[in-house]
Write a protein that binds this ligand. Structure first.
Ligand code: 5GP
Length: 224
């Protein structure tokens, strides 16, 4: 790509980042998909939620979640520090507002691993910035066996997550895109393709303003 002309100028323009939301019932593979996306893509960061649930052995405080008490959660929620929040599986989860607003303003994309309740709330507030993806498991049996294979939750917690899947699944049609995770690799490349296409769409929008303004200015100069 050349360094001169309207296109080079447009690249210097800060675009607003995309809010890339991925939801699914627990065990559909969403966490693996989102972690892989963060590893392989640049210019996108995970929104680290706060939660009142207990940390799993594989989780790192401040990386996967910030683990906080119910009292701390209430303080954050009541002082408007959360962009959205919800009670899921008997625990509370929320998205801290400030890091998201900063990233978007700097043109960085933000990945959200949140449920349908949180997705509805951020769509109400910032619809134009949101791209939402729902991941379906290939079958109920596979959902159950993935939760069991993960072996990080008690059988009681697994049973509750399966019951909650019945509340989450009917919301699939509120999302921009729906993927069926039959094969992790294939599903990941579809997820990545969505991000790529959405970035191009948004970049083109900000490119166009600058491109057209420059073209008009140049036209005026050469025709006058
Ligand atoms: P888990 O306990 O398995 O990490 O997450 C349980 C559910 O809570 C998942 O569906 C996950 O997407 C959702 N979740 C995680 N963080 C948030 C959040 O900040 N807000 C909302 N609304 N849901 C969240």
């Amino acid at each position: 790509m050349t360094q001169n002309g309207p296109r080079a100028n447009s690249e210097a323009i800060a675009r607003r980042g995309v809010m890339f939301v991925v939801s699914s019932p627990s065990g559909a593979g969403k966490t693996t998909l989102t972690r892989t996306l963060i590893e392989k893509e640049t210019n996108i960061g995970l929104s680290v939620s706060v939660t009142t649930r207990a940390r799993r052995p594989s989780e790192i405080d401040g990386v996967h979640y910030r683990f906080i008490s119910m009292r701390q959660f209430e303080i954050m929620r009541d002082s408007g520090e959360l962009l959205e929040w919800a009670a899921v599986h008997g625990n509370h989860y929320g998205t801290p507002r400030e890091p998201v607003e900063q990233a978007l303003a700097q043109g960085r994309d933000v990945l959200f691993d949140i449920d349908w309740q949180g997705t509805q709330q951020i769509c109400e507030k910032m619809r134009a910035d949101v791209v939402s993806v729902f991941v379906l498991p290939p079958s109920a049996a596979e959902l159950k066996s993935r939760l069991e294979r993960r072996a990080e939750d008690s059988s009681e917690v697994i049973a509750r997550r399966l019951r909650n899947a019945a509340d989450e699944l009917p919301h699939w049609d509120e999302y921009d895109y729906v993927l069926i995770n039959r094969d992790l690799e294939e599903c990941f490349s579809q997820l990545r393709a969505i991000l790529t296409a959405e970035r191009l769409r948004r970049m083109l929008r900000s490119d166009l303003d600058v491109c057209v303004a420059q073209l008009l200015a140049d036209l005026k100069r050469i025709t006058s």
